[in-house]
Design a protein around this ligand. Structure first.
Ligand code: C5P
Length: 331
């Protein structure tokens, strides 16, 4: 007989990538983290996660698509354990623990790329597992679970552009983006360790010089008040240099500097770095224009006029910035 508590239809979530349009970093705190002031935006590019309750005692994960490293190390497992522990006996089949989950992850966001794909998967896992179990957590508990899983995770609970501060736990939604600007992402196949970049940041300076912080505060204000896609693109030059981690990432991955310059020449656009990299971005007024630009990049790579660092050809993708919550994204 079928267990009435087992969902037969899996819960599906899209877990979007993020881009940092600005990233101001202050000096290292006592807990080892750095205080940030950063405008985060979700992208159309998203992993697809499906979760179903399963018989047995152990969660399982099947990964398809891009290489996500060893499945056993995937943050999805930690997210399931953290969500189960927070729920305790508080689900319809309680007081025992919530059942095992069989998860499938279609990986479309490159890992260790500055796009927070793993963090987004974790946020979507927590949200999707709660639905699969028929359980609920109040907002502060959900937020605490997310913050415990990683600095970038709380942003994905907000479901739209946001000003992110503190270690990443203070998330203030910014509702003023009108339209869906296009983005070209180019991710060289070089895994960049975020702790290594922050360590390089500490070694070369103590806190940003304040210019990036001002650009970040200005953009946040504009995105709160109202900004069109065209207006955002007009600010690309300022935004492309509004990342305090740029010199640190350049120290960790020196080959990224000439590649960024070559990409900027090819596209005749300012090129920014997302987070600690190595993903480079260019902004366009629409997704259609971004698609054309991505083709230009692919052709230049194919004919050898653009040469990317890394073990293989880079990940090249045209997508959009999502200015409002999309159906099916977490939560
Ligand atoms: O929180 P999470 O595990 O994602 O952070 C990864 C690493 O990035 C931390 O160990 C730390 O070195 C660095 N980090 C930081 N300040 C932040 C976020 C991350 O120094 N606000």
């Amino acid at each position: 007989m079928t267990d009435p508590l087992r969902r037969l239809t899996p819960v599906v979530r899209l877990a979007p990538a993020k881009l940092n349009l600005t990233l101001a970093v202050a000096s290292r705190r006592e807990d080892g983290y750095h205080s940030l002031h950063s405008v985060f935006v979700p992208l159309g590019l998203a992993d697809r996660l499906s979760l179903a309750t399963a018989a047995g005692h152990s969660d399982t994960l099947h990964v398809e698509g891009l290489d996500a490293g060893p499945p056993a190390d995937n943050l999805v497992f930690r997210a399931l354990a953290a969500a189960r522990s927070a729920v305790g006996g508080g689900w319809p089949g309680g007081p025992g623990p919530a059942p095992a989950i069989a998860a499938r992850l279609e990986k479309r966001i490159p890992v260790a790329a500055g796009l927070a794909g793993g963090s987004s998967d974790a946020a979507a896992t927590v949200d999707g597992a709660l639905e699969a179990w028929g359980a609920e957590l109040d907002d502060p508990t959900r937020h605490a679970v997310a913050a415990h899983l990683g600095s970038d995770v709380p942003f994905f609970l907000a479901g739209g552009p946001a000003l992110v501060e503190g270690r990443g736990e203070h998330v203030a939604p910014l509702h003023g983006l009108h339209g869906s600007p296009g983005v070209v992402l180019v991710t060289p196949v070089i895994a960049v360790s975020t702790p290594d970049v922050f360590a390089a940041f500490d070694a070369i300076r103590h806190g940003g010089d304040g210019a990036v912080r001002m650009s970040s505060a200005h953009l946040a204000e504009e995105l709160r008040a109202g900004l069109t896609a065209d207006n955002l693109v007009a600010r690309a030059g300022v935004l492309a240099s509004a990342n305090d981690l740029l010199p640190a990432t350049a120290l960790v991955v020196p080959a990224l500097v000439p590649f960024k310059r070559a990409l900027s020449r090819l596209l005749a656009r300012p090129i920014g770095l997302s987070g600690s990299g190595p993903t480079l971005w260019a902004l366009y007024p629409s997704g259609t224009e971004a698609t054309v630009a991505a083709e230009t990049v692919r052709s230049a790579l194919a004919d050898g006029s653009l040469v990317a660092p890394g073990a293989a050809g880079p990940f090249v993708c045209a997508t959009i910035i999502v200015g409002h919550r999309q159906e099916g994204t977490a939560p």
